[in-house]
Design a protein around this ligand. Structure first.
Ligand SMILES: [Zn+2]
Length: 269
């Protein structure tokens, strides 16, 4: 997809113009007054600094959220370089926030469906699964902040530092699409293991599958960082930093999971 779909011909394409007061979409208005909150606005000044919609997901009002969500997922999974290159320097932060919530919510749903049925034997098992999910979420959030603050931060340019961090965090949040991909793969592996009993070959496939997904995520993150921050970090530095930051986040996530279990008096294993 190279341009917004033709179904948006009736409405003008989203200019990324938002009311500074209430974030209402001001595209295509005749008068320079926000219809939502009644605040006046300076169109020229707003357009000069207007954040742009995130590719595909930003057009969800025109093509519908479910379709936009699936197309954005496919774009990130299959065309990471193109996604990184097209991602705006000043994105609409809300777009990325909502997309990442969808990814996290659907991932948690899939994980619950895949893991809970065989773990409802006792309350301790349910607690075990829930604390694992909370631990993974903590690790993911921690990892996103670390990667956004280092690998994805543009090193040149004159944007204020906290704005640059917000923009890079928005891009990193979009890559939560890979959390959904890995949850899908691991859950399919777990369900397969349940059907075929825990035979060594299915376990081997599960281990190799997980490694393949994590490796693919690593590769895509490096490619997206390089494609987006052209003048930023080198491919080698990004490739080396991501595993280190991920390891730190895993420790933080594991610590959280154990702390929750410990506070309920249960022990992990
Ligand atoms: Zn307004």
């Amino acid at each position: 997809m190279k341009s917004p779909p033709t179904s948006s011909e009736k409405k003008p394409a989203d200019e990324g113009l938002r009311c500074p007061e209430c974030e209402y979409n001001l595209t295509g208005l005749d008068r320079d007054v926000c219809p939502e909150c009644g605040e006046g606005f300076d169109r020229k000044r707003l357009l000069a600094v207007a954040p742009s919609p995130v590719p595909i997901w930003g057009w969800r009002r025109e093509i519908g959220s479910p379709k936009a969500f699936v197309l954005t997922l496919l774009e990130i999974w299959v065309h990471p370089i193109r996604f990184g290159r097209r991602f705006p320097r000043t994105p609409i932060l809300r777009d990325a926030r909502v997309f990442s919530r969808w990814c996290l919510g659907i991932s948690i749903l899939i994980a619950m469906v895949a893991f809970l049925p065989r773990n409802v034997a006792s309350l301790n098992d349910v607690l075990d699964t829930l604390s694992t999910i909370i631990g993974v979420c903590t690790g993911v959030l921690f990892c996103e902040f670390l990667i956004a603050g280092t690998v994805f931060l543009p090193f040149t340019g004159n944007i204020e530092e906290h704005l640059a961090f917000q923009n890079s965090l928005a891009l990193v949040r979009m890559t939560r699409a890979f959390l959904l991909l890995s949850t899908l793969c691991i859950s399919i592996g777990v369900s397969g293991e349940m059907y075929f009993r825990s035979d060594w070959s299915t376990q081997l496939i599960a281990v190799f599958g997980t490694c393949a997904v994590v490796g693919y995520w690593w590769l895509c993150m490096v490619l997206i960082a390089k494609a987006h921050c052209r003048d930023g970090i080198s491919i080698v530095a990004a490739a080396l930093m991501i595993p280190v930051l991920t390891a730190i986040s895993c420790v933080a996530g594991t610590f959280t999971a154990f702390a929750i279990l410990g506070s309920f008096g249960g022990l992990p294993y």
